[in-house]
Design a binder for this molecule. Structure first.
Ligand code: AMP
Ligand code: MG
Length: 301
């Protein structure tokens, strides 16, 4: 559906809190919310648009960082990326987070938990990985693995993963109350698209490092994963930390959509630059007076 009204992509892609998501009904090749002006070559348009959205993201991020640096703000933003294998988490991180200043980014990938991590509560490693005030955090996989892979592979009993939904909601509620804006995105690809992407990795020797034979085993659990995703998205899409399902077969739509969701979330924060705590005119005079290297200490503050 394309029209010319300025869309709020969050309204289009959000999993309605209290509603039930049906992933089977969401076309992974779709482009919901893409405006009419994207025209006949939406790939060209979205790629160009991503550059300008990226400039905005960098500007919002700088104000976020500046506010924390000046001690005025405890705000931070956390992008949570979840997807099936080859769903595009790495590509999205590179293309979307890559538009911002690396100095203000905190990017964390979650793999199989270490023995030490397993000895703690599942949220322990997640708490330790949260962005500090002023930072934009990106979670490449997240605490949701503990209701996805943990469920599909029966790493814990059903009663254990079931009660994690509420623990996650509680955790995210606390985070948002303490100044974290959470943007949770599921990159939704099709079974066929995953096959094609795994095949590309096999075809290209420069992509062999990304190939993991276990991905083909995991593919055998596709249906179980989709069910686990549906339940997680349904149980944990809240008004304070909603889930967004981004159709991700088309990388250009995926990047545009995730960048747009972030820009919308940032815009809500209405971040401004902190005011300096000095007298600009007085500083100008001091600067003007420092005319020679030998005498630059003449005027004191
Ligand atoms: P990759 O993203 O390709 O580096 O793979 C990371 C792997 O770690 C995936 O197979 C995930 O399923 C696995 N993983 C991530 N978090 C957990 C978790 N909490 N429990 C078990 N496996 C996990
Ligand atoms: Mg992998």
């Amino acid at each position: 559906m394309r029209d010319d009204r300025p869309v709020n992509l969050r309204d289009i892609l959000r999993v309605a809190p209290g509603g039930r998501v049906d992933l089977g009904a969401i076309d992974p090749a779709g482009t919901p919310g893409l405006p009419k002006k994207a025209g006949k070559e939406p790939k060209v348009w979205t790629r160009r648009e991503l550059e300008s959205i990226g400039t905005d993201l960098a500007s919002h991020q700088e104000r976020l960082y500046a506010g924390a640096k000046a001690g005025h703000s405890r705000r931070r933003l956390l992008l949570v990326l979840q997807a099936m294998d080859c769903g595009g988490k790495d590509g999205t991180t590179k293309k979307v987070a890559g538009t911002m200043n690396p100095q203000g980014l905190h990017i964390v990938s979650f793999g199989k938990p270490s023995p030490e991590e397993l000895a703690h509560d599942f949220l322990w490693r997640v708490r330790a990985a949260l962005p500090i005030a002023g930072y934009v955090g990106v979670f490449n996989r997240s605490h949701y693995e503990d209701v996805l892979v943990a469920r599909v592979h029966e790493l814990v009993a059903p009663a254990v993963w079931r009660e994690r939904y509420e623990k996650i909601n509680q955790f995210e509620r606390d985070l948002t109350r303490n100044g974290t804006t959470i943007v949770k995105v599921m990159l939704h690809i099709s079974f066929e698209e995953q096959r094609a992407r795994i095949e590309q990795r096999l075809d290209d020797p420069t992509k062999h490092w990304k190939y993991n034979p276990a991905d083909v085993d995991e593919r055998g659990y596709w249906t179980e994963y989709q069910e686990a995703y549906q339940d997680a998205l349904t149980e944990c899409s809240t008004d304070y930390a909603p889930w967004y399902v981004v159709p991700a077969n088309r990388k250009w739509y995926r990047d545009w959509a995730v960048a747009t969701l972030l820009r919308e979330a940032f815009a809500d924060l209405r971040l401004t630059y902190p005011e300096g705590d000095f007298d600009v005119a007085a500083e100008r005079r001091r600067l003007a007076a420092s005319t020679s290297p030998a005498k630059h200490r003449v005027t004191r503050r």
